[in-house]
Design a binder for this molecule. Structure first.
Ligand SMILES: CC(=O)N[C@H]1[C@@H](OP(=O)(O)O)O[C@H](CO)[C@@H](O)[C@@H]1O
Ligand SMILES: [Mg+2]
Length: 604
């Protein structure tokens, strides 16, 4: 790096001293913490984004959000040139950068890294970063910090794209790097047009307009509801009622949102008895997750139609379209093309969903929690569908299958003469149904976000498939029955609280979550030694018992997940394993207050 560049970094970073006693980690989905701690981190991620742009010679994204976390938190993450999460190989550098104690050590780190990665500052390519933020009040000033970080790399340019959903920013970055249209208007246009194409291809027998069959959506008091209102206008006739937008009185993610609905299994605020039986959905704070639900007549309980069920609906639809095209290929004497369809889940997927998908004959694989792992795995297939139970997921199409579909589209169009003969009910003719299957798959590839899970595009695809299949949310929910499950979280101490506790003269043993190390897609604990055996002994006592623990990547907690034949058994298994966590990790509840999260208040 030139001297001028070094001086600039030294000078500007001195305005952003890191908070004392806090160790930050890039985690499952970027850096997250109380917003008051993040000025320096976001500034440094600005530098990171500019270096990433220099290295990849592409446009990079920087999103300021803490998703479903409380409104006083915030976070920051980077979108790579393909719109996906930042390459994991850069995460250790991100961690080091965020935690460098002073400007000179920060500079030394950057110097080393730039040399190691052979990053050139020769100005041959534009260095551009697209910035987005959710509706959190802290977003504006953090965005300014990001801009300062970016401008401390000579020649780097920040484009403020305003308030966006996380998937919108990822979509824009991908589109920009593909040389495609990439504005927010283009996003809405592409989604709405492909949604309409899918609806136009609905088999005629199902083209019944159901009056009052509206979808009611909880926008988590965040950005997702606001953007859905715009999308609804683009879709022209989409019957969606949006509640809990950011313009109402409610607080972001408080008693609302996909994470709340999925974990607590209750209706969000603003939904009640008048919604019983309706098709409802909930977005999370930055709209990269969606779950559906049906309000039950008893109190505010719901039937949850979660990410696993969305995945199952998508898998059925894609499989149906591929089946239409299968016999065509099987008849070929040379080079028949058999697209590989794969499904990716995490250990949080309900066991009943995995059994259902395997029964369909699908290949199901597991990865660790976090979109970056699922997404990467899904790219190994021609069509890879991935979903977390909490509602984050998408369908990825390989370049290979897209070219095959385009070729097939041409081939079928040249052989199909039905229209000329005056036949319009294509579904009566095998050739035309193939053609429709191709068009449907192509429309899905344009509708569903190819960069990252996207609640808005997911919502449109669910709605289109429900119309296509003539099915209701009730029928969809009956695809299989979830095994009862329970999630608990045990608070651990972040670095700052640990210092306070120990420094305060207390001799209690406290742990941090990194003491728990897992393997096999987080289903087995390898550290501390012996804990897995104890969990196994406990799990074996329960019918259809399954249980695992893992350190959260976004909160200072250890998560416990249990599944069993009845709700009582799932609760009991989760509680017993929580006690095992206490024993092995030397956790002492009274030092940090509440032992269990608010979830336990809902246990019955
Ligand atoms: C059990 C659970 O829902 N975990 C979530 C949560 O991660 P944790 O590492 O469990 O805190 O936030 C991630 C980012 O949104 C999401 O990818 C993940 O699925
Ligand atoms: Mg989110």
């Amino acid at each position: 790096m030139k001297e001028e560049q070094r001086t600039l970094i030294l000078q500007s970073s001195s305005d952003f001293p890191p908070p004392k006693g806090v160790k930050l980690s890039y985690g499952t989905a970027g850096f997250r913490a109380d917003a008051s701690l993040l000025q320096s981190t976001v500034y440094r991620v600005g530098i990171l984004a500019a270096l990433r742009s220099l290295k990849t010679q592409s446009v990079i994204g920087l999103m300021i959000t803490a998703s479903h976390n409380k409104v006083s938190d915030n976070g920051v993450k980077i979108a790579d040139p393909n719109g996906g999460m930042m390459s994991q190989s850069w995460e250790p550098f991100a961690d080091a950068l965020a935690n460098a104690p002073d400007p000179s050590q920060l500079l030394a780190l950057i110097d080393d890294f730039v040399t190691k990665e052979c990053i050139s500052f020769d100005g041959g390519h534009p260095v551009e970063i697209l910035l987005g933020r959710d509706t959190r009040p802290s977003g504006k000033s953090l965005l300014e910090a990001a801009k300062m970080g970016i401008s401390s790399i000579i020649g780097a340019v920040a484009h403020d794209m305003g308030v966006l959903t996380t998937p919108q920013l990822h979509w824009m970055v991908r589109a920009r790097n593909l040389g495609a249209k990439s504005t927010e208007y283009d996003y809405f246009l592409q989604l709405s047009q492909s949604y309409r194409s899918l609806v136009d291809l609905v088999p005629d027998k199902n083209k019944v307009i159901k009056l009052n069959d509206r979808l009611v959506v909880d926008g988590a008091n965040g950005v997702g509801g606001d953007k859905l209102l715009v999308l609804r206008d683009f879709c022209n006739g989409l019957a969606v009622e949006v509640r809990n937008t950011s313009r109402g009185q409610g607080v972001l993610n408080k008693g609302v949102g996909a994470d709340f609905v999925q974990k607590e299994k209750v209706a969000p605020s603003g939904f009640g008895i008048s919604d019983v039986g309706l098709r409802c959905a909930s977005l999370d704070g930055d709209a990269d997750r969606i779950v559906y639900f049906i309000v039950r007549p008893d109190s505010n309980k719901i039937d949850l139609v979660d990410g696993d069920k969305i995945l199952s609906l998508f898998a059925l639809f894609i499989q149906e379209q591929l089946n239409f095209l299968k016999d065509d290929e099987q008849g070929k004497t040379c080079n028949p093309y058999c697209p590989r369809l794969g499904v990716v889940q995490t250990a949080y997927a309900n066991g009943a969903s995995t059994a259902f998908l395997k029964n369909l004959g699908l290949e199901v694989v597991f990865t660790s929690t976090g979109v970056k792992y699922l997404h990467e795995k899904a790219t190994e297939y021609d069509i890879g569908i991935y979903f977390e139970a909490n509602g984050h997921g998408t369908i990825l199409f390989s370049d290979g299958i897209l070219s095959w579909l385009e070729a097939k589209k041409k081939e079928l169009a040249s052989t199909w003469k039905g229209d000329e003969l005056g036949f319009h009910f294509h579904c009566l003719f095998p050739g035309s149904e193939k053609q429709k299957a191709v068009l449907r798959l192509l429309a899905v590839s344009k509708l569903i976000n190819q960069a990252v899970g996207d609640a808005l595009s997911g919502l449109l695809l669910v709605e289109a498939i429900l119309v296509h299949s003539g099915g209701s949310i009730h029928k969809w929910n009956e695809l299989y029955h979830d095994l009862p499950s329970r999630q608990l979280k045990k608070r651990t101490l972040d670095a700052r609280s640990r210092q306070t506790t120990v420094g305060g003269g207390s001799n209690v043993k406290v742990v941090d979550r990194t003491a728990v190390v897992t393997a096999n897609a987080e289903t087995v604990v390898v550290q501390p030694a012996g804990i897995q055996e104890a969990i196994n002994v406990e799990t074996a006592k329960y019918r259809q018992g399954r249980c695992f623990i893992r350190p959260s990547g976004t909160e200072d907690v250890i998560r416990i997940y249990a599944e069993a034949a009845t709700q009582e058994e799932a609760d009991s298994l989760a509680n017993s394993v929580a006690k095992i966590v206490d024993q092995f990790l030397g956790y002492v509840a009274r030092t940090i207050g509440t032992q269990f999260s608010s979830l336990s208040a809902h246990m019955n």
